[in-house]
Ligand binder design. Sequence first.
Ligand code: URA
Length: 239
Amino acid sequence: MESSRHKRLLTQHVRTDQLMGVDAVPMGIAAAQTVPTSAPAMDHAEKLNILEQMDRDEVQGCSKCELCHSRTQTVFGEGDADAKLMFVGEGPGQKEDSQGRPFVGRSGEMLNKQIDAMGLQRQDVYIANVVKCRPPNNRAPTPIEAQTCWEYLRRQILVIRPKVIVTLGGPAAKMLLNTKTGITALRGTWHSLDQLAPDGPVIPVMPTFHPAFLLRAYTPENRKKVWSDLQKVVKHLEK
Ligand code: URA
């Protein structure tokens, strides 16, 4: 193994250890970065164009639900339009609302560390939320708000066509998997997103705890659970 790569792996090992409280080298780092890709339904430029257009022409001026009254700006999502891995969170918080970008606050720092520990970089993945506007006082989006915004997320997913989706926290898992089951029962096992289009793709979904929960309950047990979920994702990306 060349020495720079060796060094990077070791650094990741240490970081992973610190972060997740797990004594394990991240699996499949090289493979995750050279995942064999199935032919994209659209080319990269076309995807970017559609996403930019949706954001500019529909999302930024959206007033389909009450959340439009309290937002500073919408938070569409960001990342690689060809990403194999997509994270879906709940909704923008205060920092996201003021910057117009997803996961840029403390939860974002935690998410960045998790992405790093998976052997990826933030720009390799796509990050979006169930709702594009900040719910007041960071409350969870109501089922109606989530349902109203679903059409945007559904189309984002269809354009990006990730190989895997990781949902962060209960509301995102419940929305995507159309279930009332809580995150503690859902996390750590594979589920399927099959309601994208009548004959559309079925995308594997791995629910895990929200980074904000992990920050609040930063126990070795919870860190281990999240890391175990993310390792399953890394392994799936290698296939
Ligand atoms: N929490 C979320 O669910 N999404 C964000 O973008 C930020 C915090």
